[in-house]
Design a protein around this ligand. Structure first.
Ligand SMILES: Cc1ncc(COP(=O)(O)O)c(C=O)c1O
Length: 425
């Protein structure tokens, strides 16, 4: 055999499981992973100077005691690897917070795990629990990481749609049918992955739907994983009720939350998991090989945040609700149909009244035309999802998601841009 026969490849193929994650999120093009729409739109906002109502990060500062605690920790030498499950002070603050707010008595030593944001908690949980072919049920639209992680773990993603309807007076309403939700759980369902309060819609999953899901999970022995990163950002007298607080739910639930949204520290990436010891150590069994640990000086600072008086936590929500009203009221005056969410960071806006029915194309044009960045709602649907036949409302994929977690001047600037854009149509 000649040593020169054939041409040897100059570099190995880069094929691998990453392709499943990219495909599941519609980001596999020319055998390459494209940047997510959030990264792309934030870059567009930075390069055009447009008001960024796209990516869900606040442009307000954390509460003073939280910021000061982090600075003091860095100055005080808290800069090396923290313990594997997280600093005791934070695990204790998480357990105390869950007991105080929800009556959930987690043991800080065996039932609480600190993670690198909710993102790592979700990744570790799904990688820990899914065998290839196992099904995961989520609502649709959904936070995009779910599709990527389910695919990476070799799982099968099933969804139940959130109905988005028009009340006839310009308000978009959100609803999910508890019976349809429960009926979607079956013998192959390994995980029911809930997100309440919900991104991108702000939907709060009602107790009826939670009870129906719990019964279905018990029937089919599924694990419930809940993503509650917006748990403190609930408005208008509503309250977040974790499914783990329902009788019989804690045994089969992995609850996930994070400091980023509540305290305006999305760059700190401090999240956590609460679950019974067997489920918690399963998650730890993956988490310790992903990042091992992270964020030492921020952990005590987040503990300080979780220990703030209730009035301070509700002041954060009230302030955000004021900015929701500014954005939603302004959009309505301009002529958009718009949702008025009771929680979270985002409102949905229908540009249909201006003859715009392709939100993906509009989102690309809006920075130049109106000086505004928003995210097309289609980014939160499976690429292969059937077109939704609208019953009493718009096709959800014609809608834009606009963030109101921005400061008032940014929201006002966005509204001015949209107003003059609308006037010219
Ligand atoms: C529903 C949801 N889950 C998880 C995350 C990620 O949280 P973290 O920044 O703590 O990783 C986000 C961030 O946008 C989110 O919206």
């Amino acid at each position: 055999m000649s040593e020169t026969s054939g041409t040897l490849p100059s570099a190995p193929s880069a094929r691998g499981p990453w392709m499943r994650a990219s495909r599941a999120t519609g980001l596999l093009r020319d055998e390459q992973a494209q940047a997510t729409i959030f990264a792309r739109m934030s870059a567009l906002a930075a390069s055009t100077g447009a008001a960024n109502l796209g990516q869900g990060f606040p442009d307000t500062d954390p509460p003073e005691p939280v910021a000061e605690a982090a600075v003091a920790a860095i100055r005080g030498g808290v800069n090396q690897y923290p313990p594997g499950r997280g600093e005791a002070v934070l695990r204790e603050a998480i357990a105390a917070h869950q007991r105080r707010r929800y009556g959930l008595p987690w043991d800080p030593d065996t039932e609480v795990l600190v993670t690198t944001g909710a993102t790592e908690a979700l990744a570790a949980t799904l990688l820990a629990l899914l065998e290839p072919g196992d099904e995961v049920l989520t609502l649709e639209p959904f936070y995009d990481q779910y599709a990527a992680m389910i695919a990476l773990a070799g799982g099968v993603h099933r969804t139940v749609p959130i109905a988005i309807t028009d009340d006839g007076a310009g308000t978009l309403e959100l609803d999910v049918d508890p019976e349809v939700l429960a009926a979607a759980v079956g013998p192959h369902t390994r995980v029911i992955l809930l997100n309440t309060p919900h991104n991108p819609t702000g939907l709060l999953l009602g107790e009826g739907a939670q009870r129906a899901l719990l019964a279905a999970a018990q029937r089919h022995d599924a694990v419930i994983v809940t993503d509650e990163v917006y748990e403190h950002l609930v408005f208008d007298g509503f309250a977040h009720r974790p499914i783990a607080a329902l009788p019989g739910a804690a045994e089969r639930t992995v609850s996930i939350s994070s400091a980023g949204k509540t305290f305006s520290v999305t760059g700190w990436k401090i999240g956590w998991v609460t679950a019974r010891p067997a489920l918690l150590t399963a998650v730890l069994g993956v988490k310790q090989w992903l990042t091992f640990v992270s964020g030492a000086p921020f952990q005590g600072a987040v503990a300080a945040g979780l220990s703030l008086p209730e009035e301070e936590l509700s002041r954060i929500a009230t302030d955000l609700a004021g900015r929701r009203d500014l954005l939603v009221g302004g959009l309505r005056e301009i002529g958009f149909r718009v949702s008025r969410p009771s929680a979270g960071y985002f409102a949905l806006a229908d540009p249909g009244p201006f003859g715009e029915h392709d939100a993906a194309a509009l989102a690309e044009r809006l920075p130049a035309e109106a000086g505004v960045v928003g995210i097309p709602l289609g980014a939160f649907y499976r690429p292969e999802a059937e077109p939704v036949v609208p019953v009493h409302g718009p096709d959800p994929r014609t809608l834009l998601r606009l963030a109101f977690c921005k400061d008032r001047p940014t929201i006002e600037r966005a509204l001015e841009g949209l107003e003059s854009w609308a006037r010219d149509r």
